[in-house]
Design a protein around this ligand. Structure first.
Ligand SMILES: [Zn+2]
Length: 147
C-alpha cells in the first residue's frame, strides 16, 4: 500500500497492489527472492519473474510492461543498461541498489569471472548514466518548448 502521484497531478492517490514473491535456488547456495509482475498489459496477465519492478503510472510492473506503458525509446534504453548492471550485482550476491558499494567476489568464483563481470557492470553503469542525461535533456526540451 502506498500513495502515488503522476507528473502534473496535484492529488496523491492511495494505491494497493499485491505483488507475489517467488524463490529460486542460487548458484552459490541459498535462495533468492523474485517479484512476479502482476499487472495486465495489453489485456493479458504478465506473470514474469523479475529482480526489479518499476513504477509504471501508478502500479509496479516489470521492465517489459513498463516499456509498453512508456513508449519512450530513450527511457527504455536507460532502463536496459541499469537492468544489466543490477543483474550483475545480484549475481554477485549484492542488492540492486546502485549507490551501494560493488559486491565483493563470492567464494568459489574465479577472479577472472569477477573482473569480467565488474568490467561489464561499469560499462553498463556508465552507459545508463549517459542515457539518463540524454533522456532528461530530451524531456526538458519537450516540456520547455523552443525559444
Ligand atoms: Zn510485466
Amino acid at each position: 500500500m502506498y500513495r502515488a502521484r503522476s507528473w502534473g497531478d496535484a492529488e496523491w492517490k492511495s494505491v494497493e497492489q499485491r505483488v507475489p514473491i517467488t524463490w529460486t535456488a542460487c548458484h552459490f547456495g541459498g535462495h533468492r527472492p523474485w517479484f512476479v509482475c502482476s499487472i495486465h498489459s495489453s489485456g493479458r496477465y504478465c506473470g514474469r519473474r523479475v529482480a526489479v519492478l518499476y513504477l509504471a503510472d501508478k502500479l509496479f510492473a516489470c521492465r517489459r510492461c513498463y516499456g509498453l506503458a512508456y513508449a519512450s525509446q530513450r527511457e527504455a534504453l536507460y532502463f536496459r543498461d541499469v537492468d544489466k548492471a543490477q543483474k550483475i550485482r545480484m549475481r554477485l550476491g549484492g542488492s540492486t541498489v546502485m549507490s551501494e558499494r560493488f559486491p565483493d567476489k563470492p567464494k568459489g568464483m574465479h577472479w577472472r569471472t569477477y573482473d569480467r563481470l565488474r568490467h561489464r557492470h561499469d560499462l553498463a553503469e556508465r552507459r545508463s548514466m549517459m542515457g539518463l542525461m540524454r533522456f532528461i535533456e530530451w524531456r526538458d526540451q519537450r516540456a520547455g518548448g523552443r525559444h
